[in-house]
Design a protein around this ligand. Structure first.
Ligand SMILES: [Zn+2]
Length: 384
């Protein structure tokens, strides 16, 4: 199984310059190849690699020979993958979110360059990259095996990272519980069928900062130095949110996957929902998507069972104890008293129990629902 190990590093001024040159070359190679592919049709990696060799001989692109040729070829390989994903997505062969056409790379986006085995080496905690030199990453944890590639990344906030691809063994720790169903929400990020709840981290401070900076950005002159500074400040605040979120999601997903044999989530139409531009909503939707990806990856790593149930399953419409169906209830109703069995349920906890039951194949379907049975929702105006 492949995994990524990422480390931060601080380049010297000289390295910063060589990296800027390399990123520029990688970007030009990608953009040239993309322009060529858009003009006709995608010609395939081999043909693009040939045109790259030819273009290095021309006056306008001679400087491409000043950097290692490996990341340039990798750029073309990545373009090939991007096109394959796009074509597969068009044909409906790809699961999940629709993949669009590859896009041109901009100087202001995050930059990256990938080195394969022959073009890098690791010795005494230092990473040597061809034509760049020795970099000193902060090795927060050890690499579990020999990496097959390394990608140098510079993000929008000018932070530098080395990201290694390594082979890892799936580990087999015993789970304490058979299964858990998880209901994902906005304020309370996850409610589990065992009664546990996880609140989302509070992002309101960086959120407020971003909104303020975005208003500032809108007033500033295009291509001005001040505007560029604001852009970096926005990127930093966004990083702060995504770092906090990633940390939270990693801890939660590791806990859930190590404790349970089977993990069941509800299939949310996340790509459809994300069109809403509200920042707080966007953050939590992004969180759900990342959470599911992490759970999926970790269930493979721990040898667990990952299940998703249909989003049309009426998990909030029936009692998880007796199976009595009370039908649709408004989102503002947080707590329901089942008149059939007399148990008062927390809305989300009841849903997570139903998610677990449906996922594990236990159903209440045999128990009948009668129209005469009265169910009175106990409305609580404020979300718990
Ligand atoms: Zn009941």
């Amino acid at each position: 199984m492949k995994a990524r190990y990422q480390y931060r590093f601080y380049p010297t001024d000289q390295q910063r310059q060589s990296l800027a040159q390399l990123f520029g070359c990688v970007r030009v190679v990608w953009n040239d190849a993309l322009a060529l592919s858009k003009a006709n049709k995608f010609p395939g990696y081999n043909s693009l690699a040939k045109s790259l060799t030819l273009s290095k001989k021309t006056e306008e692109r001679r400087w491409l020979s000043d950097v290692s040729s490996v990341p340039l070829q990798q750029s073309l390989k990545q373009l090939e993958v991007a096109y394959k994903n796009y074509f597969d997505s068009l044909k409906g062969k790809r699961k999940g979110k629709k993949v669009g056409q590859p896009r041109f790379k901009k100087k202001t986006n995050s930059q990256s360059a990938t080195f394969m085995k022959a073009a890098f080496s690791i010795k005494d905690g230092e990473v040597y990259l061809a034509k760049i030199g020795n970099l000193k990453p902060i090795l927060s944890r050890e690499l579990p095996s020999e990496p097959s590639s390394v990608t140098v990344i510079k993000d929008c906030a000018n932070r530098y990272f080395l990201s290694f691809v390594v082979e890892v063994e799936p580990c087999s720790k015993d789970a304490s519980y058979m299964s858990v169903g998880i209901d994902l929400g906005i304020k309370t990020f996850a409610v589990m069928s065992n009664g546990e709840k996880q609140t989302s981290p509070n992002y309101s401070k960086p959120e407020r900062k971003i909104r303020k900076l975005q208003r500032k950005l809108a007033r500033q002159q295009k291509d001005s130095k001040r505007r560029n500074r604001t852009r970096i400040q926005i990127a930093l605040a966004n990083n702060q949110i995504s770092d906090t979120r990633k940390d939270f999601l990693h801890k939660l997903s590791t806990k859930v996957v190590s404790e349970n044999k089977a993990i069941i989530l509800e299939d949310l139409n996340v790509s459809g929902l994300i069109k809403n531009r509200n920042l707080a909503r966007e953050i939590s939707l992004q969180g759900w998507r990342e959470f599911r990806t992490l759970i999926e990856a970790k269930t493979e790593k721990f040898g667990r069972d990952f299940r998703v149930i249909s989003r049309w399953e009426p998990t909030s419409q029936k009692c998880s104890d007796c199976g009595f169906k009370w039908g649709k209830i408004d989102l503002s109703v947080r707590s329901i008293l089942c008149l059939s069995c007399g148990i008062e349920h927390d809305r989300d906890e009841n849903a997570s129990k139903n998610i677990e039951m449906v996922g594990m194949g236990h159903r209440h379907d045999l128990k009948c629902t009668s129209r005469d049975g009265k169910t009175t929702p106990v409305a609580r105006p404020n979300e718990a």
